[in-house]
Design a protein around this ligand. Sequence first.
Ligand code: ADP
Ligand code: ADP
Length: 226
Amino acid sequence: MRLIFLGPPGAGKGTQSELICKDFGIKQISTGDLLRYHRIEGTELGKKAQFYMDKGELVPDEIIIEMIRNELRKTEYLDGFLLDGFPRTIPQAEALDKLLSDSGLKLDAVLVLIVPMEELVARLTARRVCPKCGKVYHLISNPPKNDNICDIDGIELYQRTDDTEETVRNRLNVYEQQTAPLIGYYENQGLAYKVDGNGKIEDIYKKIKDIILKILKGKEETHSEK
Ligand code: ADP
Ligand code: ADP
């Protein structure tokens, strides 16, 4: 199954992706995580990306598209993937369509998480992440069992440098201008499924799971008709 997770920063894409991947055995591809990995490794790509990420701007399309092209070559994605944070612009979406169609592949669905702006600011400024496993917490709504310590690795959580209020507001503006138009792009392809991203993490996941199960059922039916 090939899925895209679309939604503003803080909508819960990473949180929900973790649940989907565990349940359905799909591999997640997060361009944000890939870029942060490049930064830690000090690669040329990481150095170029840093400048944009710290300001809350998008990394240029050609850099991101090349990174995704290399990632999708890996055999671990042959059975499918869940894209989190990509595409973020129309040119990125067009490049993905081309990459997939060149390999005779298609997207199954684009899940769109809808959350109001002020809730997003509150979520992002209290987000904390495990530096080792990448697990995402929230100081109030989704805290670790022990103060500021990852439940899995037992090490101290950190706050992303771009999760400060000023950068968050810029990222949300960038989303509105450059990424939100993708909702219409995928609606035109009949692929968009909107999900209300307000409420408890488990309740939102239940709605997402129902959508995925319906898509899988549809695929089975199409298959058996052939
Ligand atoms: P969030 O999870 O809060 O939405 P991400 O971790 O996905 O944030 O992205 C962090 C930063 O990485 C973005 O602000 C942007 O600078 C860069 N980035 C990630 N994905 C993309 C992309 N597809 N296109 C351009 N820049 C990206
Ligand atoms: P994204 O990947 O879309 O940027 P995250 O999954 O990282 O979003 O979630 C952003 C922050 O909001 C995290 O601190 C996370 O723990 C918290 N969060 C996620 N879903 C919810 C929810 N339904 N209600 C409250 N907080 C949430």
